[in-house]
Design a protein. Structure first.
Lengths: 441, 441, 441
């Protein structure tokens, strides 16, 4: 790596470290809120994000047709509990908002344990944890509780209360746009519909916010669009309302699960060899840390919608441990101890490296394509030959000169030379300054 | 696998098991006949096949020009033996028709052991076995015998008799056509020229017969053409007489060695990535049993002719142990004990699975390509989210929807998703019923 | 391998063995000469080469513009030494011409050890060896010496003499052309600028000379151009003066380091899949010896210039141990003991095998493409079938017939069939003689 590239890398790390703590603080602030795919929980979350970035908040009315779907009713909840016959609260929403089956219809009823049991969900394998469950598209009510709580319930009568409303209202989402030199966009999408769960997906919200803050300070080639949306219905709604604008998206990432201690994981876009897929692969390969890359599958987060065949956008998902592959996933154990500032910082740093590749990945044309130019007389090359002293910077210049015939991008050159992109990009900049290289028109 | 797919698979197995015994009985019936590339042995064989399917029998006169070749004389044999000077038959055609070098010219002569020896073939490495040898295109006579028999021959004079005729006549072959919805054909070819050898190739004849019987009962998309031909000259004759019709062949398999206990083996077509190559590979990969796939080579059975550069048909060869790779190959040990009903049944079942892939492998177009359709309200999807409960059927539907942009066939989707073809096909059918998918026009 | 192919291979080996000694004698003769990128050392070297082949010698004046470069001054050296204060020569050019930094400016001066040290180069890791160092494009003077010599120098005053001239003159290079049937050329390039170093690159000069001598005796399809040039500036000069002629180059090899005991190594052309890349890979794969193939990189010998993007010629580099990967590289230990006749012979034999592939690699068209032709009646095939007796020659004929549809070259067929090229080529010749194959027009 050149001194320039090293310095840039060091600065990225420092930025990220500061941001690690800030991201964690934001997660802590958002943690208690009961979010769902609609309702005040999302609104409150987006308002808190506005303390950091000038988020535009959009409200889409219940009943709006969005492709094959309809914006559902708005759900809000005030309280919920189960009381035993002696009036003791054995399950209490105020203790954890996971206790209520998310999107439950309201209920206020006395019933036997046998009747109640059909509405109770627990995890026998993790008897201390409360599962997170939802029922968006079929009206149901229910409670989630630890298996220990469930086992302690005695036969008898219970008073059940879910003081919730499911009514005409709105679906709420946030959008933030960082303009760059060209209108072509990089999409960063995170879901904001999960209640008190930290890795999935307060970590994704926090990373998106601090990535946006950082990019706002930079001179950018691409324009960046951040969307904070409820999962599935939010992505569908956004795509339906922005159908033609989606054509501007050149690259995109779905952010989630970026705060745990696992290694980085990238799930490729449906295209599989899009520039975003290759940029992320390059960054992970040169990170010096273990990582994992998997092929696209039509299951997971909102890449499902962005990569549906009618859009087929170049959108992958860059996470730490993927959904469903850590035991705490979708349980009360996905709490403030599962995510840590250092992992958030490392994830942000990885995202920033990917941004650097996208920003700097251009095609150049060698202005002196017949034989090598004499780098020595331009001060770009050592002047004494003899023993082996190949330096990465000189090698990077030779590679850039050799392959810059307008068919190879800098990322192509980094891949073929096995050099880090930063070294290749720095070499291209040095050669451009010396007039030996011109950007491809 | 879906319940539907499982049921279909179970039925295929049951069919095949019944057929295993039936195929073995047919082999037993055909075993004693002395076949060659022409003559009454082939005629008798095809007549017995007619007890099962309405085979059309064709007779092509000696001397007919077929590409670079000429239909040879017809060979028929009545008797053959070698008697020692005391009149004892030391080699007797009636004991085994392998004893005569197949296509031997007639001979009736007394000669010394020394002179006789030049006409005797044995296998020192397997002293109990009689080798199978032929001399079709150079006129010769000879006897094959076990090495034990050969070693027991004493010096002296021998009376040699081959009561055979090699005369103007016909080359005989059989053809059976099962019409489907479209005129595009699947070719199934087996050779019928080997005398008392079970795996090579009475097993191939039997499998072809019972595959044809089964397909006759089905509503098919493709039309199926079964040909029962003498090796090499039969394939050349058939292609010469059906040159333009060969253009209708979309897929094809050469059947041989399908009754032994070895694992399934597929030799690809010359094209190497034809649909038949991929269909067979998929079936073998998902069979749960060991198998082997090898590249095309221009040596082997009649795929040599079907894959000659002037035809280059998508014809591979699906066998159990390939020719030449089991010690009993082309010897008297390729007898009724080498083939077993269970292996015949397993081979037939594999062929039927390949047929299913070919029949059902179509291109579909997602009618709701922008974002996922709402499967839940169509009863195609579980209604409650939360913990991980991915089911193969749902996953298959998501894959089919995601990739059905008219560029991916169901087999492409099965390959990319790593799901069994049956699951993908069942998903496509469910989606088509719900109106979400249309076949590509 | 067929008898014909074996015989040809045997003859190639015999030729090469004789040539091994001859190449070694030439190296021994050239070893004492002090070469550089210009000057009388190159002239004397080329004159000695003229004893073997009718080399054309070209002189290009200092100051000639060659692409981004300028032909430099001519350097000649008569003597050089360092004397201690007692008048003893502690470093003496007459002992080894490596002692002078190649291209040193003249100097005659008394100086202290401290001042002198800044002009001294040694190898602490190999205290007995003198390093080879150059300073072509920045005017400097200096001495190279063993670390043992350096360590023995005592404080005090030294008389330093480099009796050299750096003046207007010429760059000298040699060229030798062997005409073939077609004007398309194979380029063989070696560098002639290194002083007393045997493997790098007297071995390359010697191999080029004896390869040229051998080819001169043959009837060739391609024309062959051998160039003996100073590294970098020589290649640039040659390309600048022969810019349009470079378009005739179809294949090329840069020869260097071909006399050491290491395994053969091929560095691919920038194109990576050019015919020369595949021809060399095939020869090495079928050599029965270990070898190594690496991808192109824009660092090394003059393939850097031939593969610059404005030319992008199909030129690779075929060596034994590559530059920089043996400890003796660019030191006095690259002497007459490092190279051996047997390795030179083996390298030459490899080059000749590559030439055979290039010469014989053609496209043919099967004249009987529908089904196999009857090889038996043309005496090309055994007449009796039965047991397994596949022979390489017959198999090669079947492969050539099967793939000769004008889309596969003989090298393609050798690669796909995994047969040695010589067997495939011999089969094609036999089939062409019998009229079954015609060269593609």
């Amino acid at each position: 790596m050149t001194a320039l590239a090293k310095d840039a890398a060091r600065k990225r790390v420092a930025h990220a470290d500061d941001a690690g703590d800030s991201m964690y603080q934001l997660i802590r602030q958002l943690y208690p809120i009961c979010r769902s795919i609609t309702g005040d929980g999302v609104r409150e979350t987006l308002r808190l994000v506005q303390d950091h970035i000038a988020l535009q908040i959009n409200e889409v009315p219940t009943g709006t047709a969005v492709f094959d779907w309809t914006v559902p009713k708005e759900w809000n909840i005030r309280d919920a509990c189960i009381k035993d016959s002696e009036g003791h609260k054995v399950v209490d929403f105020k203790q954890s908002n996971l206790h209520v089956l998310n999107y439950s219809t309201p209920v206020r009823k006395r019933m036997s344990l046998a009747e109640l049991r059909e509405h109770l969900y627990s995890l026998p394998g993790h008897p201390e944890w409360i599962p997170y469950k939802t029922s968006y598209y079929q009206e149901r009510w229910g409670f989630c509780l630890s298996h220990k709580q469930l086992s302690a319930l005695k036969d008898g009568w219970y008073d059940v209360l879910i003081d919730a409303s499911l009514e005409e209202g709105h679906l709420t989402y946030g959008e933030y746009y960082v303009p760059g030199k060209i209108p072509d966009e990089v999409l960063v999408s995170c879901h904001v519909c999960h209640p008190s769960l930290c890795n999935d997906n307060l970590s994704g919200i926090a990373l998106s916010v601090f990535l946006a803050k950082e990019l706002k300070t930079r001179r950018l080639r691409y324009s960046y669009r951040f969307i904070f949306i409820p999962g599935t219905i939010g992505a569908i709604t956004w795509l339906a309302l922005n159908e033609s604008a989606a054509g501007r998206i050149r690259h995109g990432l779905v952010v989630a699960n970026v705060g745990d201690s696992g290694i980085m994981h990238y799930k490729k876009s449906r295209r599989g060899t899009a520039e975003i897929d290759r940029a992320v692969a390059h960054v992970l390969e040169h990170s010096g840390k273990p990582y994992e890359i998997t092929d696209f599958s039509p299951y997971g987060y909102d890449e499902r919608q962005f990569c549906s065949p009618g859009f087929d956008l170049a959108v992958g998902s860059l996470t730490r441990t993927p959904w469903g592959r850590y035991p705490e996933y979708h349980t009360s154990a996905d709490d403030l101890s599962l995510v840590q500032p250092q992992y958030l910082a490392d994830s942000l740093s990885t995202y920033l490296s990917v941004v650097s590749v996208l920003e700097e990945n251009k095609y150049y044309v060698n202005q002196n394509p017949k034989c090598e130019p004499q780098l020595g007389r331009r001060g770009l090359y050592r002047t004494m030959g003899g023993n082996v002293e190949s330096k990465e910077a000189e090698l990077a210049m030779l590679w850039v000169l050799n392959l810059s015939d307008a068919r190879y991008s800098l990322l192509d050159i980094a891949e073929r030379s096995k050099l880090p992109f930063a070294a290749v990009s720095a070499a291209a900049q040095a050669l451009e300054r010396s007039g030996l290289l011109e950007p491809k028109m």
